[in-house]
Design a protein around this ligand. Structure first.
Ligand SMILES: NC(=O)c1ccc[n+]([C@@H]2O[C@H](COP(=O)([O-])OP(=O)(O)OC[C@H]3O[C@@H](n4cnc5c(N)ncnc54)[C@H](O)[C@@H]3O)[C@@H](O)[C@H]2O)c1
Length: 379
């Protein structure tokens, strides 16, 4: 059995341990069984259930009462209705205040099980068992638990801290390339916006096929935890310094909404970062050299603006008017608040917030670049 590594996550007054390793399912089972719980409600992604659940479940069932609730992971199923049915199933099978919710899957299952844990008896223990790169390096390092409403993504939710995070990085090696690329884009975001000192660890791991072994993922966990800790230590709700984690998301979200399913979340954020960097170079202080660093790192995993070239820039432009960062500052009618960099690792601030009101004409200019881009996607 491999010994797991442990990091303590601390965001404000919230603390929880993050244990990770390779081929460590036995140790994960032991740590789960050490929890004071009368029952485990194991909410699992149905694909993950086929691939990785059996060894863990066998170990748990030797000693504990485990209810398994498989879920199909999709943005459509990430709803309050599904959270309600998780809870009703759990209550019907005897869940009590002393029961523990285990969330095994990507961000979709993690968010739904996380919200269910927060709501059951006003809060029962929650253990995340992330199986995607996005979940392991992003969503479980945030306390946000939300589901989608009819009118938008992540509209209904709360903050809820897990009891612990346990991950066998071997689980992540069965991810489709698109999902790996998505997670790597979020890691590139961390390096560009928050932790440039981790650049030399990340860059050698970037390649077009995005295939990384479980052992190669180990140092990437540290990059993600360090970047999150840097901005969330005193901002557990990600409303001030933590907004840096939203770098690339303004245009990224609009791209996702303009062409649902065309780009993964991370791919859209990658294109969003390229656009933000172009704006910051043209209109503010970002150097050509730093813009080139964006292009080089993202290009290594196949992200160029051309992957969004079939998306109607007018549609993206219209959707940007509804961006949720408008609530943080009061931009003028012809401005859009965006997270921009003055240099790699340094977010530009405006009136004390990490958001810059960008002229919509600058945004329109960068969006028009989609249709004229000549580079092509490599993988
Ligand atoms: N709470 C937060 O702060 C936060 C942060 C980032 C993302 N999110 C949320 O997370 C969701 C995205 O999460 P995601 O990218 O993990 O997507 P996901 O949960 O939809 O998983 C992506 C796909 O990979 C499959 N999958 C999962 N693990 C697998 C494995 N080990 N092998 C093979 N296939 C596997 C899933 O079945 C699914 O088809 C979004 O809803 C987003 O809003 C939340």
């Amino acid at each position: 059995m491999t010994v797991m590594q442990s990091r303590n996550i601390q965001f404000g007054e919230h603390r929880y341990p993050f244990h990770f390793g390779v081929e460590c399912t036995d140790e994960i089972a032991e740590r789960i069984l050490e929890i004071d719980a009368d029952k485990y409600v194991l909410v699992v992604d149905s694909i993950v259930a086929e691939l990785h659940l059996r060894p863990l479940l066998e170990r748990l069932r030797e000693k504990a009462d485990v209810l398994v609730i498989p879920l199909v992971a999709s943005e459509r199923s990430k709803s309050l209705d599904v959270v309600g049915s998780i809870l009703e199933t759990a209550f019907a099978s005897g869940m009590t205040r002393r029961s523990c919710v285990l969330a095994m899957g990507g961000g979709v299952v993690g968010n739904m099980a996380g919200l269910a844990a927060a709501l059951a008896f006003r809060g029962v223990k929650l253990v995340h068992l992330p199986t995607t790169l996005i979940a392991a390096l992003d969503s479980v390092l945030s306390m946000k638990q939300a589901v989608n409403g009819h009118l938008g993504k992540n509209l209904i939710g709360t903050f809820y801290e897990p009891h612990q995070v346990l991950v066998d990085l071997g689980w992540l090696t069965t991810l489709p390339v698109r999902e790996m690329r998505s997670g790597l884009c979020e890691l590139i975001k961390n390096v560009l916006a928050i932790a440039p000192e981790t650049h030399d660890v990340l860059e050698p791991a970037l390649r077009l096929d995005c295939r990384l072994s479980a052992h190669e993922l180990v140092p990437l966990v540290d990059i993600a935890i360090d970047a999150k800790a840097k901005v969330m230590h005193d901002d557990s709700r990600e409303r001030k310094k933590g907004l840096a984690l939203e770098y690339g998301h303004t245009i990224g979200h609009a791209l996702e909404l303009a062409a649902p399913g065309l780009l993964s979340h991370g791919e859209a954020v990658g294109v969003g970062m390229l656009c933000a960097a172009e704006i910051a170079t043209r209109a503010y202080a970002l150097s050509e050299r730093d813009l080139e660093t964006h292009r080089r790192l993202l290009g290594k995993v196949g992200i160029t603006k051309s992957i969004a070239s079939t998306i109607d820039p007018n549609k993206v432009y219209d959707l940007l008017r509804f961006d949720n960062k408008r609530g943080y500052i009061r931009p003028g009618a012809d401005e859009l608040p965006m997270i921009l960099l003055d240099r790699i690792g340094e977010v530009r601030t405006y009136g004390g917030t990490p958001l810059t009101p960008v002229a919509l004409s600058e945004v329109a200019r960068v969006l028009s670049g989609f249709s004229i881009s000549t580079t092509s996607r490599a993988a």
